[in-house]
Design a protein around this ligand. Structure first.
Ligand SMILES: NC(=O)c1ccc[n+]([C@@H]2O[C@H](COP(=O)([O-])OP(=O)(O)OC[C@H]3O[C@@H](n4cnc5c(N)ncnc54)[C@H](O)[C@@H]3O)[C@@H](O)[C@H]2O)c1
Length: 268
């Protein structure tokens, strides 16, 4: 029996990208899939795809930038054993070009929604002394690049959110687990146009690979998943003065990675 078998698994941002793939794979492993997104059509089509594979799922249309909408939807969802905070958005603009509303929305979806979902489902997990909260952050939550002030700061927040939550649960003596996931760019539509200089060290990750790693890490109760491994060099790099850090990151092309970003265009 797999770790996912018979568990109620809620995935936010399930209508596309890695959220969709996680839904398919966790469903294949026996999870009862609870799928949340703002994209009603995407959710419907995923539900049908899952049904074709005899995977039962329930869909919930919800705007994660709206706290009240999240709390109301959470009441309809019921008990959750594994919560995957996956939905995210990126505008990919320099700070002065980024619209105020989009900066706010980035924070609402990429971090504030985690608070409202965790506040909705953690009490039940604590009561049952069992559960798992997975936060899909980003390598951009460990090191920032230009054109990402809103995105990176929201992802740094997500990394801090997971860390504080993990420590709170530990202090409480709870068996509820957390896992933080920090991937480099993935080949979904979200970061279309983003590039890498040395793809053997910093490859654009394939979404099926990312999902396979997440599924394995969560089932093994790993508390942190960073990929590719080269990203770990950011920790010693942080000890160096900024002048040296900048030269190294320039060399690896990291600071130019967003120069040709187009993302999802108007569909952010
Ligand atoms: N793609 C990458 O390069 C990359 C790299 C590192 C981390 N990540 C993170 O992985 C996660 C998934 O990204 P993806 O590449 O699969 O992106 P994606 O754009 O394919 O999927 C994101 C999903 O979130 C949903 N969503 C957006 N705003 C919403 C809202 N207000 N309410 C409800 N749902 C909303 C979208 O409809 C979409 O289905 C994100 O948190 C992202 O930041 C992505």
């Amino acid at each position: 029996m797999s770790y996912y078998s018979g568990k109620n698994i809620l995935i936010s941002g399930a209508a596309s990208g890695i959220g969709k793939l996680m839904a398919m794979e966790m469903g294949k492993l026996g999870g009862n899939m609870l799928l949340l997104d703002i994209d009603a059509l995407g959710l419907e089509s995923l539900k049908n795809e899952l049904a074709e594979k005899n995977i039962h799922s329930k869909i919930f249309i919800c705007d994660l930038s709206n706290r009240q909408n999240i709390y109301t939807t959470a009441q309809q969802i019921g008990e959750v054993d594994i919560l995957v905070n996956n939905a995210g958005i990126v505008t990919g603009k320099n700070i002065l070009d980024a619209q105020d509303e989009m900066i706010e929305k980035t924070f609402q979806v990429n971090i504030l929604a985690h608070f409202w979902l965790v506040k909705s489902f953690l009490p039940g997990m604590i009561e049952r002394d069992s559960g798992h909260i997975v936060t899909i952050a980003s390598a951009g939550g460990l090191a920032a690049t230009p054109r990402m002030t809103d995105y990176c700061s929201s992802k740094f927040a997500a990394v801090g959110f997971d860390e504080s939550l993990r420590l709170e649960l530990k202090k409480m003596g709870s068996n509820v687990l957390t896992t933080i996931v920090c991937p480099f760019f993935i080949d979904t539509e979200m970061f279309t146009g983003a590039k890498t200089r040395f793809s053997f060290l910093l490859p654009i990750l394939r979404k099926d690979y990312v999902v396979k790693r997440i599924i394995k890490a969560v089932a093994r109760k790993k508390r942190r998943l960073i990929m590719p491994r080269f990203i770990y060099t950011i920790f010693p790099l942080r000890l160096l003065p900024f002048t040296v850090q900048d030269v190294i990151l320039d060399f690896f092309g990291v600071n130019k990675s967003m120069d040709e970003f187009v993302g999802k265009g108007e569909n952010v």
